[in-house]
Design a protein around this ligand. Structure first.
Ligand code: GDG
Length: 464
């Protein structure tokens, strides 16, 4: 078994507290523990200067190698190009994208730096797996440094249509760099199609059979690897959640209140403003539900140094305040808007206690919350998932009520439909979704990507 080297922007260094890690971190660690591995990336710390040598921590067969970033590197690479150019652009928000040459050079500089710090740690038979939009150029940087090992890349966010991507001044170099990998993975067929479209129509490349492509003098495999969750973990967490005191408090109130739940990082891609507007429209249009239904929106702040995130936060405070001011009674609040995070087990309990899971991103690579909500339900009395057609998860979870999140009226009607749905319909929809989630778990995703790396005969190396 080849050693696995994972590279991601942030590294979840194991600290013995399992609760603190997300499903993806736990699964990646599991794979690395078996084969031995390195997890390389940013430490999450901003320091006076970028680390000259990575800090190494070793536990359970995994070496965590992390690098602190200087203020300038963090500003240009992370807050700048990754989160003010690529993130909005890849989520179809050209109106929010800023293209600063300085940020782009910071992005390239940090990727080059990561490659130079990772290079000495690599062994001949390593499989290298790079994650997400922060690190697109890393593969090319490693190739430039003479690395010939198999390198794969997985994009967690959508890949935009050609018309959108070509608005990025450096689009050609970015796609060129993507082609330095042996395997490039996307969440959905839609993302893959957009990538192939670019390869054929913009890059003069060609698609050979079996998703093998040739472009920029390279041959690689581009394919779909939809990410999933640790389904059993969420089923168990849902079952056990009754023990948590905060979940108990929520459940005590379910006798009088039907909860609608939303859980999202505070991000403009998640459609939170439109979601609140739809909830307001629902209260207007279906007055019989007033006083009986509340939206609980958990939205832990993220990327708080990026101006667009400051703006969306203010907008949501205004919107939730407006709706509560308009409809609240002394004994009922329509929206519980919570800017903080909860333990994973508590989340599972919140999901299970909620009649409706409201997942309405304007664009989302996959959206794991949709899957977690389904897995945590009580099989005898499951809730209903309302899911945006623009979340990757909508391709798999056809048992959800699929909505257009821009259509406020449609989402308001879906809420009414979900709240009035018969037990029989709810169970039928839930079972169809559980079948999908049991048949394809996070572990399956992980194995299929590693398998693709192992079988990569394409080599993102230069074709002769
Ligand atoms: C990116 C892509 C893709 C949220 N609040 C709390 C909390 N969370 C957890 C959820 C879920 C995760 O964070 C969020 O995952 P999503 O998939 O919904 O969204 P992104 O963060 O945008 O993730 C996305 C994903 O990568 C994986 O490829 O699906 O499309 O954008 O697991 O449960 N966890 C805890 N407390 C919280 O308050 N513990």
């Amino acid at each position: 078994m080849n050693r696995l080297v994972v590279v991601s922007n942030r590294v979840a260094v194991a600290n013995g507290r399992k609760q603190a890690a997300g499903g993806l971190a736990v699964a990646l660690r599991g794979a690395m523990e078996k084969s031995g591995g390195i997890w390389f990336g940013w430490s999450g710390k901003v320091a006076g200067a970028t680390s000259a040598v990575p800090t190494m921590t070793e536990t359970e067969n995994i070496v965590y190698a992390t690098v602190d970033l200087s203020r300038k590197d963090h500003k240009e690479y992370y807050n700048g190009f990754a989160n003010r150019a690529l993130w909005p652009l890849f989520h179809y928000r050209l109106d929010l994208a800023t293209f600063e040459r300085e940020d782009y050079s910071g992005y390239q500089r940090v990727n080059r730096l990561f490659a130079s710090k990772l290079n000495p740690l690599l062994e001949d038979d390593d499989l290298i797996w790079v994650h997400d939009y922060h690190l697109i150029p890393l593969g090319q940087e490693l190739r430039d440094a003479g690395i010939t090992q198999t390198i794969g890349f997985f994009l967690h966010i959508p890949f935009p249509a050609v018309e959108i991507l070509t608005a990025l001044p450096s689009h050609r170099k970015l796609v060129h760099d993507l082609c330095a990998y042996d395997v490039v993975g996307f969440q959905t067929e839609n993302d893959l199609r957009a990538f192939l479209d670019y390869i054929v129509h913009e890059a003069d490349g060609k698609v050979i059979k079996g998703n093998v492509i040739e472009a920029f003098g390279r041959r690689l495999r581009a394919d779909v690897f939809p990410i999933s969750i640790d389904t059993d973990e969420f089923v168990r967490a849902g079952l056990d959640s009754g023990k948590s005191s905060i979940v108990k408090r929520m459940q005590e109130r379910t006798e009088n209140i039907d909860w609608i739940i939303g859980v999202d990082r505070l991000d403009y891609s998640k459609g939170l403003v439109q979601r609140m507007e739809a909830f307001e429209r629902f209260l207007e249009k279906y007055p019989g539900h007033r006083g009986k239904v509340s939206l609980i929106q958990i939205a832990p702040p993220s990327r708080s140094e990026v101006p667009e995130y400051v703006e969306i936060r203010t907008e949501l405070e205004t919107e939730s305040g407006h709706i509560n001011g308009r409809f609240a009674e002394f004994d009922w609040v329509p929206i519980n808007y919570l800017n903080k995070s909860y333990a994973r087990n508590d989340l599972a309990g919140f999901y299970r206690s909620s009649r409706v899971g409201l997942v309405t991103p304007l664009r989302d690579g996959m959206n794991l919350v949709a899957k977690e909500y389904v897995a945590a339900q009580n099989p005898h009395d499951p809730g209903v998932l309302i899911l945006s057609r623009f979340a990757g998860a909508a391709r798999e979870l056809s048992g959800a009520l699929i909505v257009n999140p821009f259509d406020i009226e449609e989402v308001a009607d879906a809420l009414a439909l979900a709240l009035d749905m018969s037990l029989e319909d709810r169970r039928e929809r839930w079972m169809s979704m559980m079948k999908v989630l049991s048949g394809h778990t996070l572990d399956d995703w992980l194995k299929s990507f590693i398998d693709a790396l192992n079988r990569a005969p394409y080599t993102g190396r230069q074709l002769s």
